[in-house]
Design a protein. Structure first.
Length: 190
């Protein structure tokens, strides 16, 4: 039942925030090919204090436990420069994933939200815990109607990953399903 309530909420809020999401789709500034294209110097100049990352698609293919090797290397560098300022907010809080990240990236924070994206609660909790205004928080996500919508509702910044990590051979159904959802979201917002 919670899944259907979340879908209904997403649809109602997406129609309300459609113009804000269209700006993300139409504006290069809000898009990244991959997470590692994020310009951290520019973010600091824009007053971003907290970086929030989705996991599936953004840090690794769906269902993976560890970040993609390129992301792991990037993350090591980012965490040394911004310890305690990088948070993972994922709708798939796999216990093995959380354990792996805590073991290999001890200064990376995993936030377990009571309500999954597109509800803005997780982002608002992160802002409150880090004593920052929503405008000083940035979410990087590959989904427009989950992460992008949550960011719009919370008032945080967002960067949309346009070439998410996928592994169709490992997870053929799930990866194709999310590819279809991404395509539908983009078409609806264009």
């Amino acid at each position: 039942m919670a899944f259907w309530r979340r879908m209904q909420y997403a649809w109602v809020m997406a129609r309300e925030k459609k113009s804000a999401l269209q700006v993300v789709v139409r504006t290069q500034e809000f898009q990244l090919k991959t997470l590692t294209d994020l310009d951290l110097t520019a973010l600091a100049a824009q007053g971003i204090e907290i970086l929030v990352l989705d996991f599936d698609g953004v840090m690794a293919p769906h269902g993976d436990i560890a970040p993609h090797p390129v992301v792991a290397k990037w993350l090591t560098s980012v965490l040394s420069s911004f310890p305690g300022k990088v948070v993972v907010l994922s709708n798939q809080p796999l216990e093995a994933r959380i354990t792996y990240l805590k073991q290999h990236f001890p200064t990376l924070i995993w936030h377990q939200a009571e309500y999954k994206k597109p509800y803005p609660d997780g982002l608002l909790d992160i802002c409150q815990q880090h004593d920052c205004v929503p405008e000083a928080c940035l979410l990087v996500d590959d989904r427009l109607l989950t992460g992008g919508l949550a960011a719009s509702l919370a008032g945080t910044g967002v960067r949309w990953v346009t070439q998410p990590y996928i592994n169709i051979s490992a997870h053929p159904f799930v990866e194709r399903w999310f590819a279809l959802l991404r395509w539908l979201e983009k078409k609806w917002l264009q």
